[in-house]
Design a protein around this ligand. Structure first.
Ligand code: IPE
Length: 269
């Protein structure tokens, strides 16, 4: 039987300490590496997309890339681009080094080696071929949220891992298993001060949740949970299911695949 393609986002909140500049949670990354190693040996094809966490968002805010149009170019922004790109690359290197310790066959593909067109990854880009070729050769392509040069009014653009997930799911063929990993047990809402994980959400319900639960002016450089819900809603056009799990839990990915996990949110048609 043809094994599925796992496309998994390692959220920045899971793999870094979001409050502390450039701090990776290496223990969590090791836990993830252990599972990736096992799944790859079980012949799953795997693509990894990781977020930036405290290697990206803090600097992005500091240098004025705050999720609004970056039209007011100033000298400082170029410095910001350089620092942010360098910093997210460092996180990627930390992950690659840990994967290396587990003899995982990874192949890093930075999105910022491409020029964006009007803020988007061009569908014809060699970028996507690289993923296909890496997969064909039994490698695990790994990419990440980054800052890119843009052919458009904005000269630079922050690209979130969630958006890259959308593009990869659209462009890479095969039967897919799409997973978002975070540091929470799923999508939750507060009812009477109590945190409730919503176990199942239909893609078609997401718009209503965004409208009802988030303020118009809720902003994170790449949209926070609101942005994530938007991405998942877009993914619903291309896949039947997306799961949101907590990567801080031991064996979360393996348990999800074995259908042996209690706390998660499953988004379906
Ligand atoms: C953000 O990527 C990229 C930068 C801020 C440079 P993500 O939006 O995917 O990162 P996380 O998962 O929220 O940390």
């Amino acid at each position: 039987m043809m094994k599925k393609l796992l496309i998994i986002k390692l959220g920045g909140a899971a793999i870094t300490d979001k409050k502390s500049l450039k701090t990776a949670k290496t223990d969590i990354i090791k836990k993830i590496a252990e599972q990736i190693k096992i799944l790859h040996e079980q012949k799953y094809k795997i693509i990894i997309v990781h977020g930036a966490g405290s290697f990206g968002h803090i600097l992005a805010n500091e240098y004025g890339f705050n999720g609004e149009d970056n039209l007011n170019l100033n000298e400082n922004m170029g410095l910001g681009v350089s620092k942010i790109r360098n910093s997210v690359q460092k996180l990627n290197q930390i992950i690659l080094d840990i994967f290396d310790d587990y003899n995982i066959k990874s192949y890093s593909i930075p999105v910022s080696s491409n020029i964006l067109k009007m803020g988007k990854l061009d569908g014809k880009l060699e970028f996507f071929n690289l993923f296909n070729l890496a997969l064909e050769n039994n490698l695990i392509p790994i990419t990440y949220g980054d800052i890119c040069l843009n052919d458009g009014i904005e000269k630079f653009k922050i690209i979130s891992g969630d958006y890259i997930m959308e593009e990869l799911v659209k462009k890479i063929d095969g039967e897919k298993y799409v997973i978002f990993g975070s540091n929470v047990d799923g999508y939750y809402e507060y009812n009477d001060g109590e945190k409730n994980i919503i176990h199942k959400i239909k893609f078609s319900e997401i718009d209503k949740i965004i409208k009802n639960k988030f303020d118009e002016d809720y902003i994170d450089v790449t949209g926070g949970i609101k942005g994530k819900l938007r991405s998942i809603s877009n993914l619903g056009k291309h896949v039947n299911q997306v799961d949101l799990i907590n990567l801080e839990k031991d064996n979360a990915i393996l348990d999800l695949i074995d259908e042996n996990i209690e706390l998660k949110t499953t988004f379906t048609k």
